[in-house]
Design a protein around this ligand. Structure first.
Ligand SMILES: [Zn+2]
Length: 1001
């Protein structure tokens, strides 16, 4: 799944929702599906027609009997059935919609929520009849063929917020020749275990090891409006509402759509039968094999889908819509009819990337087709369901001439990410969520490889360093960070590890591995792993084994080491090292010392973690920034020495070529000064590769931030930026100065910082200039660089940047029919909208909001939502936040964007924190009661807090709200604490340095 493109969007909602569903609809929605089981039985279980007919008649006859028995024995864990209700086993949350505040608290999960190991699902046959209007209920049935691995009396599976009536459950033994026993097994009890989301069928008859059974369950539910499980969304065509029903199951939400064994390692084959209105279409993982009329619902037809390959429940998907599609061979893209043209770009890159990946992995794509669909509401960025990839619109649609260069790259990246999952994740799946980093890290790495394959001119591999590695370095420098391979138990913990550590750190250490193993060994090992483990599940140790074998066969690793030994230090330990490298006087020895890099001063001494570190380096005479294969390794020890004459005699050296290793490098002061001197040389500084210039900037400023060296040394190095015009180094500089900016913005010396940065920006600003071109063949890197430089310049108060922005925006206001005619070039819109709204009044704000409401381009909507947060008027910002959770004009998927936008300025951050403090319960309910959503919002609203007073205020709020001090909260607190500490330690010395550099004011 892609969750990262909105930095705030780190978590998917996984948890129990308080439904708006009316409870009385429960009985009416359990429409009997008497016709479908007949067809589906013969399809999956090869039961003869006669047997099927017999079976069905018997089944109907026994329903009453079974129902009677079950009724007398069933207990529904913690549930008290209300008189007159025939629905017995249903979720607490669905049925007992609470009017009491205390019941809004989250249900506590049990620590251990794993299914027993006694039953293995083999095949699912699922029928679904969704109602795409009215109360949006659905009814369905599932027949699961299972194999018993240990004698037992229980069948334990998952179900959440589904209505299952006692009489709708039956279990049959499979006899020889795949016949089903005519007698169903005697059921003793059926009940839910809410804290585990289990549905348990307890039998009188023993389930015998080695035998197979068929579990039949009928159920009903609501197609909800929270963006998980089986959910609905809508869009408008000429004021008419059109509905779309689709799914998002990762990680633990398939159980909300049908009862199932909802763990990733429990792979099975799925056959789906979905009823739909005649005028709509259904897509699913597999192609449709036949369609026929529905017997009882007028204007409905059944779509019958081909049986899938063995796969995990979280990868099952279906979508019912009135969308249009375009195809290239067996590759199709789907979108709203009026947006389908914007899907052409995705269709042009999709098949190319798919074929590149087949070659890369050397494993044929096993499915007969791929569909990609852009949904009007989608929580994450995209989801890799096997054969049916779902996207939010902005991650799949690109309108040439109207969208930014950035959104083009994003579409290519997300398509690459999800297609890579078709192998890495779908064909071979992590055995448990603890290893989700393998999936996400790998797909995130492949985003860059696939983009580089289809558009080498984008230089994506250089951008990797700033976008992934340096960005996750910041999070992973908190002492409250976590291991990449993290044991997780319940759905909330599972949801929490879909974070930057799994994605960005995961991709970074995979990239490091690809470099130390070399491309060919890496790919051969992967290919063998994918072939050998296909259709099954694996852990990181399996991957290490294949890569070790390949590395040894190629003579890359000697007998004493293994990929596991090296990689365990990166996946099973929290954080990353900084290596301090210094020369010995009068010898060829170079001393290396590793220590965990953390910002917080206090925890440094406690750390005794060490890593296996691949060492690459070059010197002032070699200037070789191409060789990323390690010359040597720093073993897992604190101090290590190497002998190298060049290192000891050359003017300077730089370690970690192309920043392929996941570590920072610190040098002795002489080496830092010599590097700085080289960078200051306008004619020669480009001899150092762009990725390494970005590394130097990021390392030196963060080393200063963590008190590993002085800010004087760091700021001295940044002086060279006055002649730097490279995109990647500047991006690294902008990210790092954003931090210093966010600390200075609340202080009396902010003008010094602005003055210095504007001076440094001079040359690159003159190169990019305030202009935009709509021509398709303009250098995309220039477009990206321009938008980043202009954003920073306008933010710092660059006069021309501001006046040009305002002029462009006023032009737009004056344009007749501004919705159809926008004179501002797409790549300038971000900075123009934001600056004009920041310096404007209610009038500009309302104009922009009006445009937001009218445009049907999802990318344009996103730009406007971000810009609307730029206002300096508190009341406008409060009104905006209020609208953000009103559910009227702003989609639920965009709430995070609204909060992030508002939090992005000093004024806005106060407003956002205040709003959150006063309304968090309401927000929580609107977002679906998942506390991790609030955590994400809090992270934004606290970014600039750096005084003891603010910290105390924040902690008081946490106490009043009675929140658990879990990891996300600890991280926010640590962030604020280190900022407070940073101000005490560094503020004055930076001010002094700035005064020397730009003169006191
Ligand atoms: Zn992913």
């Amino acid at each position: 799944m892609v969750v990262k493109e909105i930095p705030l969007h780190e978590n998917l909602s996984m948890e129990a929702r308080h439904l708006n569903a009316n409870t009385s609809g429960a009985s009416s929605r359990a429409t009997p599906t008497t016709t479908t089981p007949t067809t589906t039985f013969s399809r999956v279980y090869s039961v003869s027609i006669t047997t099927a007919v017999l079976l069905i008649s018997f089944f109907i006859c026994t329903l009453l009997a079974v129902g009677f028995i079950v009724y007398n024995f069933a207990t529904c864990g913690q549930l008290t059935a209300e008189p007159g209700e025939d629905i017995v086993c249903t979720s607490v949350h669905l049925r007992h919609k609470s009017n009491h505040a205390q019941n809004d608290q989250l249900p506590k999960y049990d620590r251990d929520v794993r299914l027993p190991q006694s039953i293995q699902p083999l095949k699912y046959n699922i029928t679904l009849e969704p109602e795409l209007s009215g109360n949006f209920s659905f009814s369905g049935s599932v027949q699961i063929r299972v194999r018993v691995l240990q004698d037992c009396y229980n069948i334990t599976m998952h179900a959440e917020e589904l209505n299952i009536s006692r009489s709708d459950v039956a279990v049959y033994r499979v006899l020889a020749q795949n016949q089903l026993d005519q007698d169903s097994l005697r059921i003793h009890k059926q009940y839910l275990v809410g804290a585990k989301q289990f549905f348990v069928i307890e039998l009188y008859d023993k389930l015998v090891r080695g035998s197979e059974y068929v579990v039949h369950i009928q159920f009903g539910g609501i197609i909800q409006d929270f963006l998980q499980g089986f959910y609905r969304s809508s869009y408008k065509v000429h004021n008419e509402t059109r509905w779309v029903a689709s799914t998002q199951f990762q990680a633990t939400d398939a159980r909300r759509a049908f009862p199932c064994f909802d763990e990733p390692a429990l792979k099975a084959k799925f056959t789906l039968h979905i009823a739909r209105p005649r005028n709509m279409t259904t897509v699913s993982n597999m192609p449709i094999t036949s369609t026929n009329k529905h017997d009882s619902i007028p204007n409905y037809v059944w779509d019958h889908f081909a049986e899938s390959l063995p796969m995990s429940t979280y990868l099952v998907a279906y979508a019912i819509s009135d969308f249009s599609h375009i195809s290239s061979g067996n590759f199709s893209v789907w979108a709203r009819a009026d947006a389908i043209r914007s899907a052409e770009y995705a269709l042009s890159v999709g098949p190319r990337i798919l074929s590149f990946l087949q070659d890369f992995f050397n494993v044929t794509f096993p499915l007969p087709k791929i569909d990609m669909i852009a949904l009007p509401e989608f929580q994450a960025g995209a989801m890799e369901n096997w054969g049916l990839i779902t996207f939010r619109e902005t991650a799949m649609l690109f309108e040439p001439g109207l969208a930014t260069a950035n959104s083009k790259q994003r579409v290519a990246a997300v398509v690459g990410h999800e297609l890579a999952h078709q192998w890495f994740g779908n064909l071979v799946t992590p055995s448990w969520w603890a290893d989700i980093w393998l999936n996400e890290g790998f797909a995130s790495y492949m985003e860059y490889i696939t983009a580089d394959a289809i558009a080498p001119e984008w230089k994506q591999l250089d951008q990797f360093v700033v976008n992934e590695l340096q960005s996750v370095f910041q999070l992973d420098a908190l002492s409250t960070s976590h291991k990449i391979s993290q044991e997780v138990y319940n759905p909330q913990e599972i949801s929490e590890i879909f974070d930057r550590i799994s994605y960005a750190k995961g991709s970074t250490i995979i990239r490091m591995m690809a470099h130390f193993l070399t491309d060919s060994v890496f790919r051969r090992g992967l290919s063998k792993y994918l072939r050998d483990m296909a259709y099954s599940s694996a852990s990181q140790d399996d991957l290490w084994r294949f890569l070790t074998d390949e590395a040894k066969a190629s003579g890359l690793l000697d007998r004493s080491t293994s990929v596991k030994e090296i990689m365990d230090t990166w996946t099973l330990q929290t954080g990353y090292p900084v290596v301090k490298i210094s020369r010995h006087p009068n010898s060829n020895a170079i001393r290396l010392e590793q220590v965990r890099f953390v910002y917080a001063n206090s925890s440094k001494e406690d750390e005794s973690l060490f890593w296996w570190i691949p060492l690459t380096f070059t010197t002032s005479t070699e200037l070789n920034f191409a060789n990323t294969r390690p010359t040597t390794w720093m073993p897992r020890t604190k101090v290590y020495e190497i002998e190298n004459r060049n290192l000891s005699t050359d003017k300077w050296f730089i370690f970690n070529i192309q920043q392929t290793g996941y570590y920072r490098v610190n040098y002795d002061i002489d080496n830092w000064q010599a590097i700085t001197q080289h960078l200051m040389d306008e004619k020669h500084f480009e001899e150092i590769a762009p990725a390494n210039r970005a590394q130097l900037i990021d390392d030196v400023l963060n080393l200063a931030r963590g008190s590993f060296l002085s800010y004087d040394t760091a700021m001295n190095l940044t002086r060279y930026l006055a002649h730097e015009t490279g995109h990647v180094p500047w991006k690294a500089a902008i990210i790092n100065f954003n931090f210093i900016d966010s600390m200075f913005v609340n202080s009396g010396d902010y003008d010094l910082l602005k003055k210095y940065l504007l001076k440094q920006l001079g040359k690159v600003y003159n190169e990019v200039r305030f202009e935009d071109s709509r021509s398709d063949n303009e250098d995309i890197l220039l477009l990206l660089k321009r938008s980043e430089i202009l954003n920073m310049a306008c933010h710092l108060g660059h006069q021309e940047c501001i006046s040009e922005s305002i002029r462009h925006f006023q032009n737009w206001i004056q344009t007749p029919n501004p919705d159809a005619n926008n004179p501002i070039g797409p790549n300038l819109r971000g900075v123009v909208y934001c600056t004009a709204i920041q310096y404007g009044t209610e009038y500009e704000w309302d104009f922009a909001f009006e445009r937001y409401l009218r445009t049907s381009l999802s990318g344009e909507k996103e730009l406007l939502l971000t810009a609307l947060g730029c206002s300096k008027e508190p009341w406008l910002l409060y009104r905006y936040l209020r609208r953000g959770i009103a559910g009227e004009h702003i989609r639920k998927q965009d709430v995070f964007r609204v909060f992030a936008a508002v939090s992005n300025s000093v004024v806005g951050q106060h407003v956002a924190f205040d709003f959150l403090r006063n309304n968090w319960q309401e927000i929580n309910t609107y977002m679906g009661s998942q506390i991790t959503n609030i955590h994400t919002l809090l992270k934004f609203a606290t970014k600039r807090m750096n005084s003891k007073y603010q910290l105390a205020e924040f902690e008081e709020f946490l106490r009043d709200a009675h929140w658990d001090y879990d990891r996300p909260i600890q991280q926010i607190v640590e962030q604020v604490e280190t900022s407070v500490d940073w101000m005490t330690r560094n503020y004055k010395s930076i001010v002094k340095w700035l005064q020397r550099e730009v003169g006191s004011t």
